[in-house]
Design a protein around this ligand. Structure first.
Ligand code: MF3
Ligand code: CO
Ligand code: CO
Length: 254
């Protein structure tokens, strides 16, 4: 097994899938407010994917996952299952969207704030997004996967945050999770070199406290062991001859 190199035709399909995943995150923005439940957000996204986009929500029934999106609130690190609890002022939430279009996956997530959140929470969110982009900027000819992990870890530690190790970025394409595991920590210059046509996600999770996580009895929701706040951002990225192309970029990021 090795890292797949996508053909021109596959890359075009991944561009479409990536854009559609990004558009779900854009659609949901005005709905992520105080009093809404994550189940309601799940239903809005599900209906938009299925009825408007004609995409398939990849999480639904994936290895037994019961919903169409992941919603991870406050101390939840990732893979939170939508439920009937209302979001309240001061909450921070990651919404992770994966769509399948024409057999190919687009995978992306972003953080949202409910009303005013503490300066501590805001900074964690900002630094985590910066870490994602510092990781992305490592993708250029001659660099390796270790450079991504190193850049992310360095920025996290400079801000006294920890980096979650149990969950990684991943190759993505026909399958939701393909090779390689894209680590969000590590040593510069190690690992495989980037090659045009590789497509993978980078999706760092940074914690205010310690890096350790535990998975709840629902078998999915990962939380910080010390219950500290956690943030995550994710993009799907294509390696090009000269660098990279972010396939899940939103209009607000242009
Ligand atoms: N979208 C997540 C990722 O970035 C995976 C979610 S798996 C699920 O890899 F089953 F929880 F949906
Ligand atoms: Co992913
Ligand atoms: Co995802």
């Amino acid at each position: 097994m090795s890292i797949l190199i996508k053909t021109a035709d596959e890359i075009e399909k991944m561009r479409v899938a990536g854009k559609l995943a990004a558009e779900v995150l854009e659609m949901i923005v005005p709905h992520v407010v105080e009093g809404v439940t994550t189940n309601e957000l799940n239903e809005l996204c599900h209906d938009y994917m299925v009825n408007v986009q004609h995409t398939i929500p990849a999480p639904l029934n994936y290895r037994g996952f019961p919903k169409s999106i992941c919603t991870s609130v406050n101390q939840q690190v990732c893979h939170g299952i939508p439920n009937d609890k209302k979001l309240k002022k001061g909450d921070i939430i990651n919404i992770d969207i994966t769509v399948i279009k024409d057999g190919y996956h687009g995978d992306t997530s972003k953080m949202f704030c409910i009303g005013d959140v503490t300066p501590f929470a805001k900074k964690l969110i900002t630094v985590t997004r910066e870490a994602l982009f510092l990781g992305i900027e490592q993708i250029k000819p001659g660099n390796t996967f270790g450079d991504i992990g190193y850049a992310i870890q360095k920025h996290a530690h400079a801000n006294r945050y920890s980096v979650v190790r149990e969950f990684c970025g991943h190759g993505v394409g026909k399958d939701f999770h393909e090779e390689p595991h894209v680590m969000h920590y590590g040593k510069a210059g190690t690992g495989e070199a980037f090659k045009a046509g590789m497509i993978f996600t980078i999706e760092p999770m940074l914690n205010m406290g310690k890096r350790q996580v535990k998975v709840l009895g629902d078998k999915w929701t990962a939380i910080t062991k010390d219950r500290s706040l956690s943030a995550q951002w994710e993009h799907t990225i294509l390696v090009t001859d000269t660098g990279y192309e972010i396939l899940t970029l939103r209009a607000e990021e242009l």
